[in-house]
Structures are given as structure tokens and as C-alpha cells.
Design a binder for this molecule. Structure first.
Ligand SMILES: Nc1ncnc2c1ncn2[C@@H]1O[C@H](COP(=O)(O)OP(=O)(O)OP(=O)(O)O)[C@@H](O)[C@H]1O
Ligand SMILES: [Mg+2]
Length: 434
């Protein structure tokens, strides 16, 4: 049931009002708090809605703090100026004293649906499982603070979604959220993207360009795939975190930037640290708050609600048929599949099923056949790691060469290696123009 936080000198009376109202709110499950809010004595994450008395001292501060995490209904002795001030500071609603149970019923009626929907998720992130509820708590905690955040989790678990939610709920939400995908970008390009450059600083720099860190001043920068950044470049990022300043390429002076950093990785950075490929000091700077999103196979409870959500999201792609759900057979299969590609894979599966289905309910035959046999999945032939790496390398090199019409220098730049290294690899891997 809903947890209500009451902050008022008259909390006892208000508590009585709740009891007398006909709300679908179990008083014994609701947590009523009569003391005034002291920042660390109340665990705000546990509450769904707050009622804040404006006749207490320091209500502005309390309102600012609370509204980051939940709707705040304010009330006071009739006072229009105060009501306007409270709404300006982000109150969800304002009631006049004396409070009546009718007024409570009315307000709770309006927020209850919203709150319950939120309980199934946070922003657009859905999940009813305990680990996801923990993730939502951490998002709220991260949003109110300024600490850097490291989001970890396998590919497709929703790391970017979490990063965006933190920004959206933070006091920086009015400013930009900028993303830099650190994988597959060579250092030179990463540097000009992040730091910008001065006109004339290198051939081709025909204008001055601000980098992402400068553009995001006052906002949030999301370093996606931070585990892929080269050790040399990690030092540059560390400097920004420590000093809060950047210098454009070819620039003469440092520029102060106020950015909040959120980073994400699907790698085990601690292993990278032990191998010397990731700087430990950078790790600790980033990992002030760690949000780990478990793989979907470890929170199968979330599958049902995600399936519903993705059907709603993609149903409109069928103009001829309204897909409303899945049969219980199909749901069984969906629940038992291990999803190596996590939520993204589930979304793709649903999207595909919607396009194939001939009935308003998705049937098991609309699902990919590989989902039917869990054992087959597990018996998949695992190649030797060396061979897997070598074949991935070959594929990537071919892609870069095709992209650049076999211009070796440009392909090397794309791949972030030297031309000579690429030439050697082309020879070793026996790659030929197709
Ligand atoms: N809990 C969730 N609720 C709703 N949608 C989700 C959830 N988790 C992931 N998704 C969806 O799954 C897709 C993948 O999410 P996202 O890009 O955030 O994952 P990621 O962890 O950043 O993946 P990668 O490591 O591959 O970059 C997106 O379409 C996102 O909307
Ligand atoms: Mg991502």
C-alpha cells in the first residue's frame, strides 16, 4: 500500500483524518511520520507521497528536498502568497487548513493512480522485481545528489535509460544531457568531441568548436562504454573530474565547466584495473554511486510487465490488427528464455511477433523458434576465446575498410590503431577486397 510521509506539528490530527477517510489506504501499512524532516534521519525512498505543512519553519528547504522524490501536497492556514510560493517551488498541490477528509480523499484519488503506476517502474523504466525496486531507489538517491555515478550491467539491461532518468530527476534537468559513446571512437576523435578545438589548431579545423563538456555546462555528461577508453585518454577524463576544467585542442587557457558525470559499462572494471588497462583512481572517482542492473534472466518477474509495455509501445505498427496481449503458452516461453541480449532482446522479440501475428493475442508460433528449446540454447557450441576474438577482429577490420572504400589511413583512424598495425593485421588475417 501507499506510504505517506506527514511533516507537520499537527501530524497526529492529520493521521486521524487519514483513518477517518474512506481511502483505500491501509493505515497500518502506511508509514506516518510526525517528526519534522531531518535530512538523514528519514529514509525518503520509502515514501510515495508527502503532506507538508507550510506553517512550520524552513518549509521551503524541505519542499525542495522532497519534491525530487515524490509528489508533495502542501497545506497551510489560508494564505494565497504562500500557496503561490509553494507551487513555484514545485509543490504538487496546495490545500487550506482546516483539512477535511473530503479534501484528502480528493487529493489522494488524484495521485493514487499515478503513484501506483510509478511503483511498477520509474520514469519509463519498468520492473516490479526487488532488484529493480532497488535500482529505482538508487536513481532517486543519485538524482538528488551531485555525486558521479557508475552504471554497470550487461548489454541491453537499460543503462542508458537509467542515466537519463537520473538527469531528468536531478536539479540539472533543465540543462543538457549529453552522451558520448566511448567505444569505437579513436582517441583523436574522442578528444575533439569532448574538448572541442580552436580554429586552425589542426588541418581541417576551419572553425572553433565547443566540446561536449563545455556544451553540457550546468548539465550532465553520460560516458557510455567508459570501459573502452584508452588508458591515455582516461588520464584526460580524470583531469576534468579533478579540476573541473577543460582546454580546447589548440587552446591557450582552461575553461571551467560544471558537469555531472554518469558513466556506464558492461565490462568488469575491477578486472580491467587488475590488468592495468583501467585507472584505479578514475574508477573510484566515477564509482561514487554504483547502480548495477542485473540481467533480465535474474529478474524474470519483470518479464510480464515488460511484455505488456512493449506490446503497447509497438502495437500501433500494425494498422490492420489490434494486438492486445499474448497467450499463456507464449507467456510461458517468454518467461523461460534466458535473454542473452536482455531487455533489448525481449523488445525485439515482441516487435517481431507483433509484425507476424495473425491474431489479437501473440501465439507461441509467433515467437522465434530458438526460444522453444532452452536446452539447445545452452548447448550452443562455444568457440575457443582466441578464435572468437580473432574472428571479431577480422569482421571489424573488414567493416572499417568497406566504410572507407579501402582507404587504409582512414580505416586505421576509425579503428583507433596505427596504419602500420592495420596493414599487418590485413596481411595476417588474409583480408582481401571483396
Ligand atoms: N526496465 C526497462 N523498462 C523499459 N524498457 C527498458 C528497460 N530496460 C531496457 N529497456 C529498453 O531496452 C532497450 C535497451 O536499453 P538501453 O539502451 O538503455 O540499454 P543499455 O544497457 O544501455 O545497452 P548497451 O549496453 O547495449 O548500450 C531500450 O529500448 C530501452 O528502452
Ligand atoms: Mg547503452
Amino acid at each position: 500500500m501507499l506510504n505517506v510521509l506527514i511533516i507537520s506539528d499537527e501530524a497526529k490530527n492529520i493521521y486521524a483524518l487519514f483513518k477517518s477517510s474512506n481511502l483505500d489506504l491501509h493505515a497500518e501499512d502506511s508509514h506516518m511520520k510526525s517528526n519534522t524532516l531531518k535530512n538523514d534521519s528519514v529514509d525518503l525512498h520509502r515514501y510515495d507521497i508527502a503532506f507538508l505543512d507550510l506553517d512550520i519553519e524552513g518549509w521551503q528547504q524541505k519542499l525542495l528536498e522532497l519534491r525530487q522524490q515524490m509528489p508533495v501536497v502542501t497545506f497551510s492556514s489560508p494564505n494565497t502568497t504562500m500557496a503561490v510560493d509553494a507551487m513555484k517551488l514545485g509543490a504538487a498541490d496546495y490545500l487550506e487548513k482546516p483539512l477535511t477528509s473530503d479534501a484528502f480523499n480528493d487529493v489522494m484519488g488524484r495521485y493514487k493512480k499515478k503513484i501506483l503506476e510509478h511503483k511498477y517502474g520509474f520514469d519509463e523504466i519498468l520492473g516490479t522485481s526487488t532488484p529493480m525496486q532497488e535500482v529505482f531507489g538508487l536513481i532517486k538517491k543519485a538524482a538528488v545528489g551531485e555525486s558521479n555515478v557508475l552504471i554497470t550491467g550487461e548489454s541491453g539491461t537499460g543503462k542508458e535509460l537509467v542515466a537519463r532518468a537520473i538527469h531528468r530527476w536531478s536539479p540539472r534537468s533543465e540543462k543538457s544531457f549529453m552522451t558520448i559513446n566511448c567505444s569505437a571512437i579513436p582517441d583523436t576523435l574522442l578528444e575533439s568531441e569532448l574538448f572541442g578545438f580552436e580554429k586552425g589548431s589542426f588541418t581541417g579545423a576551419v572553425y572553433t568548436k565547443k566540446g561536449i563538456l563545455e556544451l553540457a555546462d550546468g548539465g550532465t555528461v553520460f560516458f557510455d562504454e567508459i570501459g573502452d577508453v584508452s588508458p591515455l585518454f582516461q588520464t584526460k577524463i580524470l583531469r576534468v573530474l579533478q579540476e573541473g576544467e577543460v582546454m580546447r585542442i589548440g587552446g591557450m587557457h582552461y575553461i571551467n565547466v560544471d558537469v555531472r558525470i554518469i558513466a556506464a559499462t558492461n565490462k568488469y572494471l575491477r578486472i580491467a584495473i587488475s590488468k592495468g588497462s583501467f585507472r584505479e583512481d578514475l574508477f573510484y572517482r566515477l564509482n561514487v554511486i554504483n547502480i548495477h542492473i542485473p540481467p533480465l534472466r535474474e529478474r524474470t518477474e519483470d518479464i510480464q510487465i515488460l511484455v505488456k509495455h512493449f506490446i503497447k509501445k509497438h502495437a500501433s505498427k500494425r494498422k490492420d490488427l489490434l494486438i492486445k496481449g499474448v497467450t499463456s503458452d507464449a507467456m510461458n516461453i517468454l518467461r523461460n528464455y534466458p535473454y542473452p541480449g536482455n531487455v533489448r532482446e525481449l523488445e525485439n522479440i515482441i516487435e517481431r511477433a507483433i509484425s507476424l501475428s495473425n491474431s489479437p493475442e501473440i501465439l507461441s508460433s509467433d515467437l522465434p523458434s530458438f526460444m522453444m528449446d532452452g536446452n539447445l540454447q545452452r548447448k550452443k557450441i562455444i568457440p575457443k576465446l582466441k578464435d572468437a576474438i580473432s574472428s571479431a577482429e577480422k569482421e571489424t577490420i573488414i567493416a572499417a575498410l568497406n566504410e572507407t572504400d579501402w582507404n587504409i589511413s582512414r580505416a586505421a583512424l576509425l579503428l583507433g590503431i596505427y596504419r602500420q598495425q592495420l596493414q599487418k593485421k590485413i596481411k595476417d588475417q588474409k583480408i582481401k577486397p571483396q
